[in-house]
Design a protein around this ligand. Structure first.
Ligand code: S6P
Ligand code: ZN
Length: 191
């Protein structure tokens, strides 16, 4: 067994920036055009405005050994693609029985969850919210506010990620702006 040494990381709650700097990646609109319901709006934004940063993740990478607890921040920028709020891709864990914990650091968001059987749940998140992603639930986060929505995540190294299922099927619910408010609607493509 190779022993991992204890360490700390400073987290900036408003930006999600980690110190010392850790690995990070960004997701732009061009990385996820098929995830949004209004494909014509995606194409128009990409043509007229150019690519748009949707979210970024700063993560503490650990050995992929059982028992390790990778953790990260996610910052979703405010904005919409048509009526639909900026969001993460969303995924199941490859090992479906592995859960996760999110903790809200700043801004306002929604955690959208769904099982393989099609059960759905939407949980509000803001600074100070500890949100539990139980085993077997796919999860996506959505920024419903005017500021960055930033949260902290802790999951298990053995969980792995399955993006393909959500990329193919989407979520059964969408979070959109209607009458000036974020509302949860049925995804017409899942009907
Ligand atoms: C990992 C955890 C988060 C997400 C991140 C980005 O299990 O759920 O760190 O990776 O919020 O979302 P996504 O769906 O693009 O991985
Ligand atoms: Zn996850």
């Amino acid at each position: 067994m190779k022993l991992t040494q204890p360490f700390v990381t400073e987290v900036d709650f408003s930006s999600g920036v980690l110190s010392p700097a850790r690995s990070s990646y960004q997701r732009h609109l061009s990385d996820m055009p098929g995830y949004y319901a209004e494909r014509d709006v995606v194409a128009r934004i990409l043509a007229d405005e150019g690519d748009r940063l949707i979210y970024e993740v700063q993560s503490i990478t650990l050995p992929a050994d059982e028992g390790q607890l990778p953790h990260c921040t996610t910052r979703i920028l405010p904005g919409r693609i048509g009526a639909e709020f900026h969001m993460t891709k969303g995924h199941f864990h490859a090992r479906r029985e592995q859960g996760e914990v999110y903790f809200g650091l700043s801004g306002r968001g929604m955690l959208l969850l769904q099982t393989a059987d099609g059960a759905t749940s939407v949980q509000p998140m803001q600074a100070g919210t500890a949100a539990y992603v139980p085993p077997y639930w796919a999860h996506r986060t959505v920024n419903i506010g005017a500021e960055d929505f930033v949260f902290f995540c802790v999951w298990t190294a053995e969980a792995g990620h399955d993006y393909a299922t959500i990329e193919r099927d989407g979520f059964r619910k969408l979070i959109v702006l209607r009458g000036g408010q974020p509302v949860i609607i049925d995804n017409p493509k899942s009907a």
